[in-house]
Design a protein around this ligand. Structure first.
Ligand code: PNS
Length: 164
């Protein structure tokens, strides 16, 4: 185990089992992991920041070295504020790589002391995204096995609310 602090940042709108897999694996590699909820300027969130933090807190309750937080502004500033050494990002497919590499280079340019670590997702989650999960739930399909149980319930409530 590296004696250091890692951030797993994301919009987590909502957290999926693919995210949980990356968080669990990061928690075995790093002394402390901070999962950090942020808004991606390219996306409009379905769940509020508090809802996203709440779902993550519940889903990561079994991981003793993982804490949940949120930030506005630059990721690297947040990394500096909590003295993080590494940013962990999951990679599902080659199509993720271009954007992730650009983000890693940008973050490195802004804060060379913070390393980006890419973690390939499990093959069986390689198709999974928060958007796919929301699409299934919105159209009344089952998201069992794709998201933590608490998130399944929240998705149902969110889309039932919208339909009524
Ligand atoms: O789950 P996502 O949507 O892929 O997460 C993207 C996120 C939130 C990690 C990214 O948009 C981000 O780091 N936002 C904070 C603003 C920032 O630091 N931008 C410069 C990096 S390119």
């Amino acid at each position: 185990m590296f004696a250091c602090v890692a951030i797993v940042p994301g919009s987590f709108d909502p957290v999926t089992n693919g995210h949980i897999d990356v968080i669990e694996r990061a928690s075995r590699l790093f002394r402390t992991v901070r999962v950090a909820v942020a808004d991606n300027s390219a996306k409009r969130p379905t769940f509020s920041r508090d809802e996203r933090v709440g779902m993550l807190t519940e889903a990561c309750g079994h991981l003793s070295n993982v804490t949940i937080g949120w930030f506005d502004g630059l990721l690297v500033e947040y990394a500096r504020a909590i003295s993080a050494h590494a940013i962990v990002r999951g990679l599902r497919a080659v199509s993720d790589f271009e954007y992730e590499l650009q983000m890693a280079h940008t973050n490195r340019c802004l804060a060379p002391e913070v390393e980006t670590v890419f973690m390939p997702t499990r093959t069986d989650y390689s198709f999974l995204s928060s958007s796919i999960v929301k699409e299934i739930a919105r159209l009344g399909g089952s998201v069992e096995g794709l998201v933590p149980d608490g998130v399944r319930q929240r998705l149902r409530e969110k889309f039932d609310q919208r339909a009524s």
